[in-house]
Design a protein around this ligand. Sequence first.
Ligand code: ISE
Length: 337
Amino acid sequence: MKQINIGLIGVGGMGTRHAHNLHQRVVGLTVAAVNDVDLERAQQVASDCGNARVFADPYALIADDHVEALLIASPDDTHAEYTLACLREGKPVLCEKPLATNAADAGRVVEAEMAVGRQLIAVGFMRRYDPQHIAVKQAVDSGIIGRPILFKGVHRNAEVPPRFSAGLIINGSAVHDIDSARWLLGQEVEIVYVRGVRTEMSLQEDVCDLALLQISLTNDTLATIEVYVTAGYGYEVRAEVVGERGTAVTMPPDHIALRVKSTRSHPVPADWLARFQDAYLAELNQWALALRGQPFRGASAWDGYLSLLAADACLKSLRSGKPEPASCPVIPELYRQ
Ligand code: ISE
């Protein structure tokens, strides 16, 4: 099989995991070029992947003739500009979530993709590839739980990185759950109401560690989402859809139950890399198929944009303490399935 040469921008924890998955576990894609602000780190990952080329300049990497598709896993505030550069080169890109740090920038990406006239962008909402989430989606779509009326999400991180800022709990973390609610219910966000709590674990004065989102979506549906980023004990994500005739909920993918000293316990993963490894792998494998012309079923730039329109409204509500409307534009032809 002819290999497709991938250029990888950003090799922190997430980008390094993608690099190793691509190199060791995905057929048909080769890590050909690597960029990172930390050149030593880029060099290390490049040699892990069989001597990929290292670029100091991400734009030179994107424009390089040998690079056929891009994977962007650099810091969130670089996503929109790098994705726009990929579009200028007419190259497909898998961009880590969020597509941008605000809806205005994500909107510019959508407009640029519409000007190209074909979908080149995939957004890395990995839960859409997670077997537990897919099983919930299939149950909802089968009609077995009746009309879906409520999404209930729980999203807990053990701890936050030191650079965690006030907006990150929404556009870095809750944006996943917003996407899950839209995807699993098949509805769009209309009104949001968000309250936050600052715990003793909070690193900065203006940063909430726990946010509770109440959301009204189209077609008379609702969502409640807890995002708690300093939960301490581990990493946990739960998604439930309540319907008129039943509910479907993800079960933790535990591999064992431990019974010792009169106690039965289940392990909790430490972080998202441990919890969602199967999903990251499935994401890359489906992207590989899409790059060879198969239909693509993951999140599009439009999904990236709408999740940020809702996230912007959530941040506004967190700050105002009041319900806020989220704008919900009509879906352009390019993004209709
Ligand atoms: C992180 O960037 C992720 O994408 C994780 O999945 C999420 O759980 C975490 O809150 C984010 O900071």
